[in-house]
Design a protein. Sequence first.
Length: 224
Amino acid sequence: MTESHWQPGPARPRVEPGAVDVWLVALDGAPAGDSLSAQERERAARFLRDEDRRRWTVARAALRALLAAYADADRRTLRFTDGPHGKPALADAAAGLRFNLSHSAGTALVAVARDREVGVDVELPRRAVDHVALARRVLTAAEADRIAAIAEPAARERAFLRAWVRWEAALKCRGTGIGGAETPSSGPLPWIADLDVEPPAAAAVAVEDGPVAVRTFRWPPAKP
């Protein structure tokens, strides 16, 4: 378990060698900003619920603001490309930056690394989920057995969420996402650290060529 202390980060952040930065973004009540591309605005417009549309817009605007700060670039001119399984990346790979975004309900996490792939995941409990059955479908047999052995429902749900975010963060680091979970991995597995987010949420970050130092910040950054 990585102890996370979410404090305002620097206005001009830089990823240190051997480190990964993770930013916590509160999506409710934050300004959406006006830096989104036409394609991003079209995607936002497809959300049926106003709350979902606003949260997605805030998360994407925060991502642009953070990456622009790391790259010393204009947030409105950042261009993104998608990998074979849909993982986004900066089109010009500015300064070797790698990033990943995850959001669940009103919480988002943005992980930023340099010259190494990164994945991050945050999840809140979902209704009507058979945690043991899902664990047996996607996690290792040993992990599923450990979760099944927990008698108290809330503790079992918490254990499942912690295992789930580690699994998904690793897939996102590899660039496959859940859709590529059946694809055999090549090379060493990512290094994974739990992140201390407010219960009942669970979160984890996965990094290529770890271990690394995990620096945790709260968005927006401190004023210069």
